[in-house]
Design a protein around this ligand. Structure first.
Ligand code: GCO
Ligand code: MG
Length: 402
């Protein structure tokens, strides 16, 4: 079997997605997500201009060799653009391997380690009362884990609070939205939210919170300590994740479990945090961390140090990535939790899929391969729309981490 085509499909059914479709001479094809939010076309060009010529004529079964060929062969290793492009190729090849074998991908990864995949939903509101009510709505719908974010008084466009009703979608058309940030207002406000959620809804579910890289190490340590009574499953991205020694300081002060890694793209990014046991959950995803092949390697390292997975799963990770994630989540022994935000009906119409959601859990389905596809005709109806993530500034106008 040989690869005869590798097409990049850019589509925007309510938001931008980049998908790679690898076609073989026997007609079997596979799909991989290549979406890098706000920088989509860089990956599309990397794939079309630099990777496609290398794939034509290759054996689609040689997944590991193709991974090594694209990683070592580029000379310029790692980085989000390169690793997202490699991820798309890798994911599409696993899809092909599953289809050829007639098996769902989780079977190729060693089979089931669990019956279903625990997910967390996003509760958000412009006041504490609204967010508390939203958490209740998720619990009533069967979720056993909820991430809670609330608008911070005096801070416009607080991270995690959608402007569009209850759907959280940070990217917007046109130039980046400018938001404000005040660490003092946030730190004053956040503990009150979690006290109220536990007071109203009790302790019998998992609670999560995303700081989105905004605190200094000592501020993050203080927040972790203040939140200890509310027993979070994890506090996510308390500080910018590239400053890895910051996590040592956080660890010295708090027993609140810590998650990071949605912006990581390589095992090297996670190595110190995992081997020094500075985090409890690693949030690397299939699409941004080199595909199933590389994510599996990261999770195997994590397993050795008692670190569990908590994969990134916001709506900018396409249904193709979500499908791949659910296969990995089903198979790996050290699965922790999967982030889950349903896509819009327009997105779902472009990406038919066999994974399904029920009562707070995802199921991979039993279709061969990943069980997800792209309807190219439907995709063509939604041309690319330039869109960016927001930026954040402090009150004096200086840039902060969004
Ligand atoms: C999350 C993330 C997202 C990211 C977004 C960036 O935890 O879900 O932080 O909200 O900001 O995916 O593209
Ligand atoms: Mg996050």
């Amino acid at each position: 079997m040989k690869i005869v085509d590798a097409r990049v499909i850019v589509t925007s059914p309510d938001r931008n997605f980049v998908t790679l479709k690898i076609v073989t001479d026997e007609g079997v094809y596979g799909v991989g997500d290549a979406t890098l939010n706000g920088r989509e076309l860089a990956v599309a060009s990397y794939l079309t201009d630099h990777v496609r010529p290398l794939l034509i004529g290759r054996d689609p079964a040689a997944i590991e060799d193709t991974w090594q060929y694209l990683y070592r062969g580029a000379y310029w290793r790692r980085g989000p653009v390169t690793m997202t492009a490699i991820a798309a190729v890798d994911t599409a090849l696993w899809d092909i391997k599953g289809k050829v074998a007639g098996l769902p991908v989780y079977q190729l990864l060693g089979g089931r380690s669990r019956d279903r995949v625990l997910v967390y939903g996003h509760a958000q509101g412009s006041t504490v009362a609204e967010t508390v009510a939203e958490v209740g709505r998720y619990l009533d719908a069967g979720y056993r884990a909820v991430r809670a974010q609330t608008a911070v008084p005096g801070v416009s466009g607080t991270y995690g609070i959608g402007s569009d009703g209850d759907r959280y979608e940070p990217a917007s058309a046109g130039l980046p939205e400018e938001t404000r940030w005040s660490t003092r207002n946030y730190l004053d406000h956040a503990p009150e939210l979690f006290a109220e959620i536990r007071r109203v809804h009790g302790n019998d579910f998992d609670l999560l919170h995303d700081v989105h890289h905004r605190l200094s190490p000592i501020e993050a340590a203080g927040l972790g300590k203040a939140l200890e009574p509310y027993r979070l499953l994890y506090l996510e991205d308390p500080t910018p994740a590239e400053d890895q020694t910051a996590f040592r300081l956080i660890r010295q002060h708090t027993t609140t479990p810590i998650a990071t890694g949605e912006v990581f793209n390589s095992i090297i990014d996670c190595q110190r945090l995992i081997t020094e046991r500075l985090i409890d959950y690693v949030r690397t995803s299939v699409v941004h961390a080199g595909g199933i092949t590389h994510l599996r390697r990261i999770l195997a390292l994590a397993e050795l140090y008692g670190v569990r997975s908590g994969a990134h799963g916001a709506t900018d990770l396409s249904p193709v990535c979500l499908a791949a994630a659910v296969h990995v989540d089903t198979a790996v022994p050290n699965f922790g939790i999967q982030e889950y935000m349903p896509h819009t009906p327009a997105t779902d119409a472009v990406f038919p899929r066999s994974h399904w959601f029920d009562n707070g859990h995802l199921h991979p389905g039993d279709a061969p391969g990943l069980g997800v596809d792209i309807d190219e005709e439907a995709a063509a109806e939604h041309p690319y729309q330039p869109a960016y993530l927001p930026v954040a500034r402090l009150h004096d106008g200086s840039m902060h981490d969004w």
